[in-house]
Ligand binder design. Structure first.
Ligand code: ADP
Ligand code: MG
Length: 419
């Protein structure tokens, strides 16, 4: 890889979709979708991809990375042909989401996109492949199965996208990804890597996959959205669930994701919530594909207001209207805090991030606060009957920081109505 690093100048505010070089068909679909202005990662990536550059792009979650690659790729593919574009995604839900986006942005083209992921039969996938597709959105495992069965060939792939690369790395997919890339065309291949954060392991994958890439880094890679308000609720382990119920009662939520550390924990919390008359959906990797789809559908459509999940949902899943993220269990990896919280406050919507905190979580919290460069306010719920005194610390005045992705003041305004 050429190590040249280029940083683009800040773009003018007036930049709009129509002068980025997208095809008329794609532009029409974008405008119809209601996007007014490209997000920063889109404004930077789209012209570069159209020029044929490889790119590595880091931009916080919820900033529109999907369209940043989908729009120029759809523009360049133009017409129906052999399989020329492969997008790799770490989870089934993400793959579904990105495939859907390709359908939306490509609705005025005759390009065909199909979805390949595990947990479902091969029938439809093989039929689609046989009929011919231009774009495949896949999870690595199922794609390798298809390659083994020779139901598809990657020899003519000239656009390769590694999406949500940090998650792919965390989930241990990199060896699979390398095997897949080994089967893609080398000549004329343009490759792109998108990630919320850039860690050294990703840089090394990038060095292997990308050719002379242009580097786009927006917001430093660890920032959480400025529109999210954070709060810690200290509580004794034995009253955790009661406090959760009290918090749910207190807040004006429309749609909330509750993160648990384990699958079993998520099942238990969901069951208890159901017993307290809260309708919930559950999402984790031990649920069948049908159950996972149903949970996402119910939650996205607003039929179910509470989704209880493990970290499988913490990366990349885009649900526009999530008003609250509640960490029932504090994340053990500090990056997961940023990713979980990234499920709310997307595209400048407001969001609240609530974390329950027990005495044994001290080190995790310290680590998270160090990572995000901010101390999070500790809150005691007024009307809750604390049987054990919660560990509340003095909140120091917040120093003003630039570019940390947080506004200086973190006031908790749980009851507010949002857009
Ligand atoms: P990321 O991959 O960076 O996490 P996504 O591609 O999932 O983000 O996009 C997040 C949300 O933003 C999606 O709902 C998408 O429809 C919306 N979005 C993308 N680009 C724009 C834009 N230019 N204007 C308004 N909304 C947008
Ligand atoms: Mg994404």
């Amino acid at each position: 890889m050429n190590e040249e690093i280029e940083i683009l100048p800040e773009l003018e505010e007036s930049e709009d979709f129509s002068n980025l070089g997208l095809s008329e068909e794609v532009l029409r679909a974008v405008l119809e979708k209601g996007y007014e202005k490209p997000s920063p990662v889109q404004a930077q990536a789209i012209p570069l991809v159209l020029k044929g550059r490889d790119i590595i792009a880091a931009s916080q979650t919820g900033t529109g990375k999907t369209a940043a690659f989908a729009l120029p790729i759809l523009t360049l593919l133009k017409q129906n042909g052999p399989l020329r574009c492969l997008i790799l995604e770490p989870t089934r839900e993400l793959a579904q989401q990105v495939e859907k986006a390709f359908h939306v942005y490509g609705k005025y083209t005759d390009l065909k996109t199909t979805l390949l992921h595990g947990g479902v039969g091969y029938g439809k996938q093989c039929d689609d492949l046989k009929q011919g597709v231009d774009i495949v959105v896949a999870t690595p495992g199922r794609l390798l199965d298809h390659l083994g069965r020779r139901t598809l060939s990657l020899e003519q792939v000239n656009f390769l996208v590694l999406d949500e690369a940090d998650r792919m790395l965390d989930m241990g997919f990199m060896p699979d990804v390398r095997r897949i890339i080994g089967q893609c065309a080398k000549k004329r291949r343009r490759s792109m890597l998108f990630s919320a954060t850039l860690v050294p392991e990703i840089e090394s994958v990038a060095a292997w996959v990308l050719h002379n890439p242009f580097r786009i880094a927006i917001g430093g890679g660890t920032a959480t959205a400025e529109t999210v308000t954070h709060a810690i609720y200290p509580v004794d382990e034995r009253q955790k669930f009661d406090l959760l119920v009290a918090i749910l009662k207190e807040i004006d939520y429309r749609s909330v994701i509750i993160f648990c550390r384990t699958k079993n924990g998520a099942d238990i919390i969901a069951r208890w919530l159901e017993n307290t008359d809260h309708k919930t959906a559950i999402l984790h990797s031990d649920r069948s594909q049908k159950e996972r789809d149903k949970a996402m559908e119910g939650f996205k459509s607003g039929k179910v207001e509470i989704l209880v999940a493990t970290d499988i949902v913490s990366r990349g899943i885009d649900i526009m209207e999530v008003s609250h993220v509640i960490n029932y269990d504090i994340p053990q990896h500090r990056e997961d805090y940023v990713h979980r919280i990234g499920r709310t406050g997307r595209m400048n919507n407001e969001g609240d991030a609530v974390t329950l905190f027990t005495a044994s979580d001290q080190d995790f919290l310290k680590n998270i606060e160090k990572f995000i460069g901010q101390k999070i306010e500790r809150i005691k719920l007024d009307d809750f009957d604390y049987k054990w005194t919660p560990i509340l610390e003095e909140v120091k005045p917040q120093p003003k920081r630039r570019n940390r992705g947080f506004s200086g003041a973190i006031s908790m305004n749980l009851g507010r109505k949002r857009r």
